[in-house]
Design a binder for this molecule. Structure first.
Ligand code: ATP
Length: 354
């Protein structure tokens, strides 16, 4: 059973909202944006508050809630409700707590938590993205059919850990750990773009959809160790011959812009996923990211969707080249806080929370 945080709204004072999230991932940006919009902020952490927050006075929360472990959050639900908390989820928050526990969390959360089963299950997300009209990398069901480079992804291996490239069945067999569930995808050759969007069901002042409007806030590229630097030592085949296996573990993010003539496609893809999300599970709300590769035919292939704020927005705490043309200095963290503020001031919190 998925808890519906909207049942708690009658007891939430919209004038005294505290924005809370786990201290990790994009939390500095979320707190920084919330402070700019005049909210109180609360950082949730396990053990001592992280010392690195001392280094960022404008990004640190007003207060910390210190937990014994992640599950301990459930013991503090009453206190968080008393503090008028709206929780903002991010990738690590959901990961640490566990998707099922996140779905059960009896607190008001920003966004629609019903997106989670659609996003985290590769079969369901494929169904969603197909319906939205996006092009996905080809899926290979039988490893004996590997006749061109593929990427093998272990399920739940967050951050690309353990993924590998294989060019034929023999390479696949020599590297696969059959004890773990995996997916085989066409390895798409091209440039990687991680597109950051924000969908508002409340505002109509951006790219208009059947309800509300869509913004494109920025784009990044991930820096992945050690695949991105491996060519300094030799080709992947040469490296594998001496026992070095390239990995895809994210260590940072580059700010980017995308060729302007691709922007119509960028918006159409975002529109497709939002519009199809409405009948599928009641709609995706707030920030999301399409993880894509652009081929030399200038086609986007989408290999994943993240239905919340992504770490690739962190280069833009002070705004991106795109938000400069929406509102100077606007980050995704601040945009979340604006949406909560607008909903609180107009009595529409039920439309952006769950
Ligand atoms: P996260 O949840 O952090 O987004 P993940 O573990 O779900 O990561 P993916 O994002 O699917 O993993 O993939 C990790 C990396 O592998 C990507 O950032 C990209 O560099 C590469 N990659 C994934 N799929 C493909 C593909 N089909 N073709 C080429 N490269 C790919």
């Amino acid at each position: 059973m998925v808890f519906d945080g909207r049942s708690l709204l009658p007891d939430l004072d919209p004038k005294r909202i505290t924005i809370a999230t786990y201290c990790s991932h994009t939390s500095l940006q979320i707190f920084h944006g919330a402070r700019k919009e005049g909210f109180r902020t609360l950082g949730i952490c396990v053990g001592e508050p992280p010392r690195y927050f001392e280094g960022f006075p404008l990004g640190r929360p007003d207060e910390f809630l210190v937990l014994k472990d992640h599950a301990d959050l459930f013991n503090h639900v009453e206190e968080l409700r008393r503090r008028n908390v709206v929780l903002v989820p991010h990738g690590s928050f959901v990961e640490y707590l566990g998707a099922n526990r996140f779905l059960d969390l009896p607190l008001v959360t920003f966004g629609n938590r019903n997106v989670l089963p659609w996003e985290s299950d590769r079969g369901r997300s494929k169904q969603w993205l197909d319906k939205a009209g996006l092009q996905l990398p080809r899926h290979i069901t039988d490893p004996r059919d590997i006749i061109e480079p593929v990427i093998v992804k272990y399920h739940g291996a967050k951050g690309g850990r353990g993924f590998f490239i294989a060019r034929n069945y023999h390479e696949f067999k020599s590297r696969i750990d059959e004890t773990k569930p995996y997916t085989i995808q066409e390895f798409v050759l091209g440039t990687r773009y991680y597109l950051h969007y924000f969908y508002s069901p409340l505002r109509g002042d951006a790219y208009r959809l059947s309800k509300g409007s869509l913004q494109f806030l920025g784009v990044d590229r991930r820096d992945e160790t050690n695949i991105d630097e491996a060519n300094r030592l030799g080709s992947i085949a040469e490296l594998e011959a001496i026992g070095i296996k390239p990995t895809f573990v994210v260590s940072g993010n580059f700010p980017m812009v995308i060729r302007e003539s691709l922007l119509p496609k960028v918006f159409r893809m975002g529109e497709g996923v939002v519009e199809t999300s409405m009948p599928l599970f009641g709609g995706m709300i707030g920030p999301f990211c399409l993880e894509t590769v652009v081929t030399d035919q200038l086609e986007f292939k989408v290999f994943e969707i993240s239905a919340r704020i992504v770490a690739g927005t962190n280069p833009y705490v002070g705004g991106s080249p795109y938000t400069e043309m929406i509102e100077p200095g606007l980050s995704t963290g601040r945009r979340i806080a604006q949406e909560i503020r607008l909903a609180a001031e107009t009595g529409r919190l039920a439309e952006i929370t769950s």
